[in-house]
Design a protein around this ligand. Structure first.
Ligand SMILES: [Mg+2]
Length: 191
């Protein structure tokens, strides 16, 4: 295994460790939310358990109304492809406090690892650029990830090439309503 090899849960852990405190986190359904929950659950996290593709849209809306916080979205390759309109909206309306990390494992990991379009011809970096997003980064190793995280201004969209962990993350025991309520309470008290 090359040292540059990025594993999904390591990417999430690295980003959360670096950015917790000033940020809120929105995560895509499936393994990404489950990994985030298992490593760093808290009221500053919103797990989108039910709707594939909407994490980036939720992040965009949230970033428009949060004055003093950064919004970090953990999205998936297949999910953002399911909701490509979101990239057009982000290109035109996102403020500087929105940062969408697309964990591109080239598969639908949560449903059995079927190939996603990025395993074939589809290039999310080019799609984000073509949608009009100015600040798009592409990360394939730990060094590049740290460069992005240590940059003065985080990009709007970061495409992170990574591979799934061998560890199956636990199911999130919280109900969607509980997740929403505690997140909203956190936002009200934290702002
Ligand atoms: Mg995927």
């Amino acid at each position: 295994m090359k040292s540059s090899f990025l594993i999904t849960r390591d990417v999430i852990e690295t980003i959360v460790n670096r950015l917790s405190g000033t940020c809120v986190f929105i995560s895509n359904l499936g393994y990404r939310s489950r990994e985030l929950y298992s490593m760093a659950d808290g009221p500053d996290k919103f797990y989108m358990l039910g709707s594939m593709g909407l994490a980036s849209s939720i992040g965009l809306g949230l970033s428009a109304v949060l004055e003093n916080r950064e919004v970090i979205v953990f999205d998936g390759d297949a999910s953002i492809i399911m909701n490509l309109g979101s990239l057009g909206s982000i290109a035109n309306f996102a403020r500087k406090n929105l940062h969408v990390f697309v964990l591109d494992n080239r598969s639908n990991a949560s449903t059995g690892g079927q190939n996603s379009p990025t395993a074939m011809r589809t290039n999310l970096f080019k799609i984000a650029k073509a949608a009009g997003v100015d600040k798009v980064a592409r990360v394939t190793d730990k060094r590049a990830l740290m460069l992005v995280l240590n940059s003065k201004e985080l990009p709007t969209v970061v495409i992170v090439r990574c591979t799934d962990s061998n560890i199956i993350p636990p199911v999130i025991p919280l109900s969607p309503i509980r997740i929403k309520k505690r997140f909203m309470e956190y936002l009200h008290h934290g702002e």
